[in-house]
Design a protein around this ligand. Structure first.
Ligand SMILES: Nc1ncnc2c1ncn2[C@@H]1O[C@H](COS(=O)(=O)NC(=O)[C@@H](N)CS)[C@@H](O)[C@H]1O
Ligand SMILES: [Zn+2]
Length: 478
């Protein structure tokens, strides 16, 4: 990859939009110059982050799901079967009309999501309650003709990393338990990325087309807007009735199955970049960092001895499973620091003649800048311990920041003021009319009813004044 000729200056993070766009390029995560709107190119460095991040979601799902892959193209007759689903996607679906110069007799949809590709096959696969629960997932590209402003990793027309799980159950309750399990898996997935998320039940007007209800997890981005970073849908037996997915129960009756589906996309990477980065660039949680430690030789004296020590340290760390590199390029140390800080490498290891005299190395944390000299003899333990400390610190800081930016509000004025900084926690009577009017009034929408809705208090809906015991999150969103 062509090295950055000059050290491209990154705007300060408070200019979040410019900071985010420039960082994707300068840190070599995504190249946004591809000539199709809403389609972007992974640089190898960015793709390595994706591989590590999706390795975690696979680890969590593979405990009791199976990974598979369904076709990209969906025949129109299948796609058009589920009325609500079509209504939800008719403006977003791409169609293939020709094969070469031959018009197709059946139009083919590029999957915007795969219910209508998968469920005709589930109809063939599900026969008896012994086949249930069926829990499959795939990680594929999907296509949505987004008309809102497209943004790399956040709002794509080609979603390159769409992890969609589709499960089949004997009863509505079993499917409801699976939706809760999906949100638990997502909360654990995001904890591993040191990204705190808020699970909430979406209001009816914002649920997935064809679902009974939707529970989503939202992350608070550093500009105070929230990003929906995962969703789980209870599909009831709506799709089972449409696609005739039935099983024979213990009494020999044919029963329609109940289903769920749940998905995340590369927004998970947008969230970790946005939440952990700073003015110097990325800060990678160690578990997903393509390079976890970079060794910088300080070569003004005894260069051979220093380089030999650096290679020993690299071998020792590699043997301990650390992703480590030595930057022995002929750049001056300062520009090396700049490059690897930009790429968010969690730990820098400086080794020079003075360190050698003490048989030590200087460890520098990317997240805090803290420097500490450690003995070469225990470098692997010292490095691995610090990864755990960095992970804990990134998550705790992010949790504190989130907590500090959720504001209890009771009046429209308070809500208006607070949604420009973060999330308003607002009483709501539950009426759609009030919910939509609130959105109009304050320019921010109801995210949903927190799943950990603790107290049943008595509040007044800020729109209609009616007594209510529930409060919802309201925020400006991506
Ligand atoms: N245009 C987009 N670009 C990037 N990510 C997106 C886009 N649209 C949706 N997503 C992400 O994909 C997740 C799942 O999409 S969804 O429409 O909510 N749900 C489904 O498609 C269901 N079939 C579950 S997989 C969303 O929570 C959101 O995080
Ligand atoms: Zn109301």
């Amino acid at each position: 990859m062509a090295e950055q000729e000059k050290e491209a200056a990154l705007p300060p993070k408070e200019n979040f939009s410019e900071w985010y766009n420039d960082l994707l390029q300068v840190a070599e995560i995504m190249d946004v110059r591809y000539p199709v709107k809403g389609s972007y190119v992974w640089y190898p460095f960015g793709f390595s982050i994706r591989r590590n991040v999706y390795g975690i979601i696979r680890e969590l799902l593979d405990k009791d799901h199976q990974e598979t892959m369904f076709p990209l193209l969906i025949p129109e007759n299948e796609f058009m079967k589920e009325a609500e689903h079509i209504k939800g996607f008719e403006d977003e679906v791409y169609w293939v009309l020709n094969g070469g110069t031959t018009p197709l007799d059946v139009k083919l949809a590029l999957r915007p999501t795969s219910e209508t590709a998968i469920y005709p096959m589930y109809r063939l696969w599900v026969r008896s309650h012994a086949d249930l629960p069926l829990k499959l997932y795939q990680i594929v590209n999907t296509f949505r003709y987004e008309t809102k402003h497209t943004r790399p990793l956040i709002r794509l027309r080609e979603i390159t990393s769409f992890k969609e799980a589709h499960t089949v159950h004997a009863t509505w309750d079993d499917a409801a338990a699976q939706v809760d399990e999906a949100i638990r898996i997502y909360s654990e997935f995001y904890r591993r990325l040191a990204v705190p998320v808020l699970p909430s039940k979406r209001p009816n007007w914002d649920k997935f087309p064809g679902a009974d209800y939707t529970i989503a997890v939202d992350a608070l981005m550093s500009d105070g807007k929230t990003l929906q970073v995962g969703t789980a849908h209870h599909l009831g037996d709506n799709f089972a009735k449409t696609f005739d997915i039935k099983y024979e129960d213990a009494a020999g009756e044919q029963v329609y199955a109940h289903q769920t589906c749940y998905g995340v996309s590369e927004r998970c990477i947008a969230a970790l970049i946005s939440i952990h980065g700073d003015d110097k660039g990325l800060i990678m949680p160690p578990e997903v960092a393509p390079v976890q430690a970079v060794i910088i030789p300080i070569l003004f004296k005894k260069p051979e001895a220093v380089l030999a020590a650096c290679n020993d340290v690299k071998e020792t760390l590699e043997a301990a499973g650390v992703r480590v590199t030595i930057d022995d390029s002929d750049k001056r140390p300062g520009s090396k620091y700049y490059k690897w800080e930009m790429k968010g490498v969690p730990l820098r290891i400086e080794i020079g003649p003075k360190d050698l005299e003490k048989e030590a190395a200087m460890l520098v944390r990317r997240d805090t800048g803290e420097k500490e000299q450690v003995p070469l003899s225990s470098i692997a333990n010292e490095v691995i311990e610090r990864f755990a400390v960095i992970q804990f610190s990134l998550l705790e800081n992010a949790k504190e920041n989130l907590k500090a930016r959720i504001f209890d509000c009771n009046t429209i004025e308070e809500i208006k003021e607070k949604v420009s900084e973060g999330i308003a926690h607002v009483p709501w009577c539950g009426e759609e009319k009030c919910g939509l009017e609130l959105d109009e009034e304050v320019g921010a929408g109801i995210l949903g009813i927190p799943t950990d809705q603790d107290e049943e208090g008595n509040y007044k809906c800020p729109m209609c004044g009616k007594d209510t015991s529930i409060r919802v999150y309201v925020a400006k969103t991506y």
